[in-house]
Design a protein around this ligand. Structure first.
Ligand SMILES: [Zn+2]
Length: 232
């Protein structure tokens, strides 16, 4: 079997790196100052640099199955995502946190099915999305899409339980962004506390909140007053 990966590594050093040598030199000398923490699903079809046009040094990335945010308050376990959130906010002082889910998400699909018995870590991890699942046995495409969006809002709310996040959001130093990437349309739908998920092409901004529990004047896209879309 040809070692494609080795060839790619060699090509990076010989072809890609030379074109950005000075940028990397700067990022080494000056350190990294990313503006955003990007919490994305591990799905291979999400390419954060393509979506945002970001280059080296611009995104602090953490990815996991489902783009889930573990609870801040935990007395057990190791959570790389929780550590990344704390580091990005306290050490790097990011100004934005993006939670990016997507269509056809295997993690969201798995909320409605069984996971292999040996996948005990996965089964436990999926608990972080269960609240987003709707009470149906056989979810169709529309239910899955709504569940994906509900899960994103759920993670934004959990982010607000991190004291360092809440403080900065309330001080206006940090904004939270919920993104639902519609792979087949090549467009991110951004969460707006007033409008629900809006295609980026029609949005006024890259998404807002929820920064604090929001009282909705009307039911929009099935969202209830807590900011989490209503069940059923
Ligand atoms: Zn996914």
């Amino acid at each position: 079997m040809p070692d494609d990966l080795l060839e790619r590594l060699q090509r990076f050093t010989s072809e890609a790196f030379p074109t950005q040598r000075s940028l990397f030199r700067h990022l080494v000398d000056d350190g990294q100052h990313p503006l955003a923490l990007f919490i994305g699903c591990s799905d291979s079809r999400i390419v954060p640099y393509l979506l945002t046009g970001a280059g080296p040094g611009e995104l602090f990335l953490v990815r996991n199955v489902g783009a889930f945010v573990p609870p801040y308050d935990q007395s057990h376990g190791f959570h790389g995502t929780a550590a990344a959130i704390e580091f990005a906010v306290l050490n790097l002082a990011v100004q934005r946190i993006v939670v990016c889910g997507h269509t056809h998400c295997g993690a969201i699909r798995a909320l409605y099915g069984e996971v292999p018995a040996a996948a005990q870590n996965l089964a436990r991890w999926l608990d972080l999305g269960r609240e987003a699942a709707l009470p149906v046995a056989e979810p169709g495409p529309e239910v899955l899409r709504r569940t994906e969006q509900r899960a994103i809002v759920l993670q934004l709310e959990r982010l607000m339980d991190y004291p360092m996040v809440r403080e900065r959001v309330e001080a206006g130093q940090l904004t939270l962004h919920g993104w639902h990437y519609v792979i087949e349309e090549g467009e991110v739908h951004v969460f707006d506390v007033r409008k629900g998920f809006v295609p980026a092409s029609q949005a006024d901004n890259a998404g807002t909140g929820p920064y604090r529990p929001v009282a909705y004047a009307e039911d929009i896209n099935g969202l209830d007053a807590s900011g989490v879309p209503a069940s059923g």
